[in-house]
Design a protein around this ligand. Structure first.
Ligand SMILES: [Zn+2]
Length: 168
């Protein structure tokens, strides 16, 4: 098999696994830290079993149980694993969905977006850009912008277990 055909096979495989960044929407990131390719991540020893299940194994905490669901404290939400700032409390809103909701990340590039085919229709998974830890999923066009007069009609549905609030 020559180099070109090897490349072709590789490309096809990536297409079928659905793990790679897919240029369908502006969400698909070109980050190298992609879902399911996180073997090199260093996990913080201080993480609880639940935090590890969410951040590493992409589990979802039970709705209406997270520590930050109703928090209105001003501050910055950091990644519970690597301490990277991810969300400002200014972008938090009450979506009554059972998990903390934010309309945008704290700065462009703070999180990465990945296709998640585990449920149909496919969802967009969000991860910490630095360590690859799973945060939750992002949804667009649900009407929150109009309803709550937000700058964006985007809901980042984030597990409290993935976050650590540093109060102002
Ligand atoms: Zn992180």
């Amino acid at each position: 098999m020559n180099k070109l055909s090897k490349l072709y096979v590789f490309t096809q495989r990536r297409t079928f696994t659905g793990r790679g960044p897919i240029a369908v929407t502006r969400y698909w990131s070109t980050s190298k830290k992609m879902s399911g390719e996180s073997n090199d991540i260093k996990w913080n020893d201080a993480l609880t079993p639940l935090q590890l299940m969410v951040l590493r194994d992409k589990a979802t905490e039970r709705p209406n149980t997270g520590a930050y669901l109703h928090s209105k404290e001003p501050g910055v939400y950091h990644c519970a694993n690597c301490d990277t700032p991810l969300y400002s409390s200014n972008a938090k809103f009450d979506a009554r969905c059972g998990w903390p909701a934010f309309y945008e990340e704290i700065s462009p590039g703070a999180i990465t977006y990945h296709r998640d085919n585990s449920l149909m229709p496919a969802r967009v998974e969000i991860c910490c850009a630095r360590c690859g830890g799973h945060l939750g999923h992002v949804f667009e066009g649900e009407g929150w912008k109009q309803l709550l007069n937000l700058p964006k009609d985007t809901r980042h549905c984030v597990n409290s277990a993935s976050l650590n609030l540093k109060k102002d």
